[in-house]
Design a protein around this ligand. Sequence first.
Ligand code: ATP
Ligand code: MG
Length: 334
Amino acid sequence: MENNQEKKQTVLSLIQPTGTPTLGNYLGALKNWKNMSDGYDCFFGVADLHSITVRPNPADLRRRTTEMYALLLALGLDPHKNTVFVQSHVPAHAQLAWILDCYTQFGEASRMTQFKDKSEKHPDNVNVGLFAYPVLMAADILLYQTDFVPIGIDQKQHLEITRNIADRFNGLYGNTFKLPEPFIGKSGAKIMSLQEPNKKMSKSDTNPKAFISVLDDDNTIMKKIKSAVTDSEARVYRKDGKDGVNNLMGIYSCCTGKTDEEIEKEFDGKGYGDFKNAVGEAVCDELRPLRDEYNRLISDKAYLAECMKEGAEKASYTAERTLKKAMKKVGFLQ
Ligand code: ATP
Ligand code: MG
């Protein structure tokens, strides 16, 4: 039996500073981060290294990194108890990623659906970084000997390749990395686009009507929900093919805790107008406290910089230990 029984299990998750998080990011990932932040040893971060795969403007990247960091604190994460950091402040991520690149097969990386999707979206910039993205993600996770990774369902395949890479490395060199498990919340696992409800809601979508940003004001939220694509049936119930309504029901359920049956009953005999009003109000109530706290934090740049520094130091301490171990196993001179 291990002697470190009381040691909390480790949770890690990162989010890219590619835009303001959407309701999808919030319900699929961030809300779970907050829920797990007390019971686990948590590492949460801004994945700026990942975000250059789509070549952001440098000034935008700087601004968005700070904004995303402020938003993580606005969730209620405690920067002293949890480790909240910026990925590029911890060089071990890029270093381990290179090592793991050499233990990842071209074929298995080629099967990643996100690579296919994103290269179709950015056909003019299909770079090697985009292809190697899952390997950097594997490094992110494995560096912290992570037990659980709270993610939306779209990242499940990347978690599987992470486990395969870790398992292969461990098989060659003996136990080096812990094999992580995904933590996928039930209801928010995949929030869909409001305009094309068969595609996931994404913060890098070029149509702002397709997503709700967590910082949208009440008015904007109501408008976007009201113009969400539904169907011509005008009956609120869940069924395959009713993608728009299913999505709004999922959102409503996440924000209110109501089950599908309760929602169907509530809107029995009512049309989509009433339903959309209720969904919009529930979303506004859910996001308002986050927005208020964000607005307070974003004006305090000195405090944010101080927290980033503390986060980088704490993250580096753990990450370096794993990196050294992996380097030694591969045969690099100490
Ligand atoms: P991008 O389009 O730049 O990839 P994104 O919206 O997919 O942006 P990421 O930074 O890639 O955001 O992902 C952050 C987290 O949010 C991940 O855990 C991901 O699984 C989750 N997530 C992303 N989109 C959704 C969604 N529509 N529903 C639920 N979870 C989501
Ligand atoms: Mg994504």
